[in-house]
Design a protein around this ligand. Structure first.
Ligand SMILES: Nc1ncnc2c1ncn2[C@@H]1O[C@H](COP(=O)(O)OP(=O)(O)OP(=O)(O)O)[C@@H](O)[C@H]1O
Ligand SMILES: [Mg+2]
Length: 503
């Protein structure tokens, strides 16, 4: 048996699989020696890594296309708009033809069902939002850049608001509550929860103001994204949701934590699946190093736990980053599929990362891995996945197939147009007035008959300190003081500190 055939034998699968490409050994490719990722193990997660320009994004595109073809919905962060080409047919060229020949691919140009989303209002895609309450203190601390002490203080503030059944919809609401707790009237409440120093509260307030100044407040509020809108299909093809992040490059912490929030939401709402033939949804975390840099211990612990547990809900998570060492060891060890594009070895640090990467691969008689990892061509990768029995497949130097959709951005205007024509636009385009917090708070303290009365006209949008005013309202104050008020339904928090929804 040739090395090609020997390696490819390890990739045979009974069920459907994503065709990644074909085996390269001894400097030659064998178009019959297929490297595949069985759909049944996609929920065992994966990593796509490699230096800049080596083909990571095209690999994600390829994966998304075939998942969609198999009826699996996909959510991807589209940091540079690179993935928007999924919505258009690719262009045939000598390069696509020769790659198709190398990879045993009957390549045809194709387009895929895509929906464009953006974080909060103001982006090119349909705006998606989360409420502060739902986001919870752990994720919000990551966005605010709080340290462990400040994070636990924020946890106490949320706990207090939760126990009063007080919905924190936007950043202003949270600001109002922190201000209340540190005011003279709030002293008694503050004593009740304990452990909150005025200095720490001050830091949290400043961080909130900062977040608002960076435009982060656009993202918190209603209507909140319903995770079910990410799990759709069109004519049997899984819909690919692209979260457009060009405008948020300045605030990567927000987008990565938002994806984490979604994962937690899905975890809370989806039923246990056990072993699945194919995943229910696949998440791609591009620029994953942003998720982990400056992360608190609590945050890291919860990412690890979520990644571990979400598998049983039939959800696959793929991280994409330059170096595998960007991913904490506890998370890395959960990732069953590895698609490693070329690594650079210029500096001593590069060398160290390379040696560490080699150690994470199964041993192979066919390649000198250190050499292979630095000599891979563009659109080639060193791959190992899990087979259908859950055992690692042989290491394969792989030439990857070419995506069938456009390998380029379609541009902001086209993205905006597509978003505005989508059915999600109707549901999410309009931000519900910030004053909803005010109304909800009032609703808890007015008699039920009045609750049914027509809504009063919404106050001016820019009215300052509304939440603060609400909290200064004597009726609200007495409500806040009456612990265990019958009207207040306590908000419970699940994994990750996000609020728990009933289905
Ligand atoms: N599977 C592939 N088939 C055909 N061409 C490819 C493939 N992978 C990569 N290429 C070529 O290489 C170029 C760079 O690939 P890609 O944009 O995926 O790199 P990247 O690793 O995502 O880079 P960056 O880190 O800068 O985002 C593509 O524009 C394309 O021309
Ligand atoms: Mg890229």
């Amino acid at each position: 048996m040739t090395a090609h055939a020997e390696i490819a034998a390890g990739y045979a699968s009974e069920g459907a699989a994503v065709e990644l490409g074909t085996v390269l050994a001894g400097g030659a490719v064998d178009p019959a020696a297929r490297v595949r990722l069985p759909l049944a193990v996609v929920n065992r997660h994966g990593l796509v890594a490699g230096a800049t320009g080596t083909g990571k994004t095209k690999t994600l595109q390829l994966l998304a296309e075939q998942l969609s073809d198999n009826g699996v919905p996909v959510l991807m962060a589209d940091v540079k708009g690179d993935l928007s080409g999924l919505s258009r047919q690719g262009e045939e060229s000598d390069r696509t033809r020769s790659r198709a020949a190398d990879t045993g691919d009957d390549w045809q140009p194709r387009s895929y069902p895509v929906q464009f989303l953006s974080l909060g209002a103001g982006g090119a895609g349909v705006p998606v939002r989360a409420t502060v309450t739902s986001f919870g203190p752990v994720l919000l601390s990551k966005v605010l850049g709080l340290n462990d002490t400040q994070e636990s203080t924020l946890g106490l503030v949320f706990h207090w608001a939760d126990s009063k059944g007080l919905p924190l919809l936007d950043t202003k609401d949270l600001r109002g509550v922190v201000q209340h707790l540190t005011s003279d009237e709030g002293k008694a409440d503050l004593k009740g929860i304990g452990g909150v120093s005025a200095a720490t509260a001050g830091v949290i307030l400043r961080a909130l103001v900062n977040l608002e100044a960076r435009g982060g407040d656009r993202f918190f509020g209603e209507p909140e994204l319903d995770p079910a809108d990410l799990m759709r299909d069109r004519d049997g093809k899984g819909v690919i949701s692209l979260l457009e992040l060009a405008e948020l490059r300045g605030d990567p912490a927000l987008f990565s934590t938002f994806l984490m929030w979604l994962l937690a939401e899905l975890f809370e709402t989806l039923p246990e699946e056990g072993d699945v033939e194919k995943p229910k949804l696949v998440f791609f975390f591009d620029e994953a190093h942003l998720l982990f840099s400056n992360a608190s211990k609590a945050f890291l612990g919860q990412i690890t736990q979520t990644v571990k547990l979400i598998r049983s809900k039939g959800i696959g998570v793929f991280f994409c980053t330059q170096l595998p060492t960007d991913i904490p060891g506890d998370v890395l060890s959960q990732l069953g599929a590895r698609v490693q594009h070329a690594l650079r070895a210029f500096t001593p640090d590069d060398q160290k990362a390379l040696a560490r990467t080699v150690k994470t691969y199964p041993t192979t008689p066919h390649y000198d891995l250190e050499k292979a990892l630095t000599s891979l061509g563009i659109g080639e990768a060193v791959i190992t996945v899990l087979n259908e029995k859950g055992a690692p497949t042989p290491v394969a130097w792989t030439r990857l197939r070419a995506p069938r959709s456009l390998m380029d951005t379609i541009g902001d205007d086209a993205i905006r147009q597509a978003a505005q024509g989508s059915d999600l636009h109707r549901k999410y385009a309009e931000t519900v007035d910030r004053e909803s917090a005010y109304e909800q708070l009032l609703r808890k303290v007015v008699p039920p008959q009045e609750e049914r009365a027509p809504e009063p006209p919404a106050p001016e949008r820019e009215e300052p300190g509304l939440a603060e005013k609400v909290l200064g309202n004597s009726a609200v104050k007495s409500f806040l003081r009456s612990a265990g008020s019958a009207l207040a339904r306590e908000i419970t928090r699940g994994l990750f500190g996000t609020s728990r929804k009933r289905r």
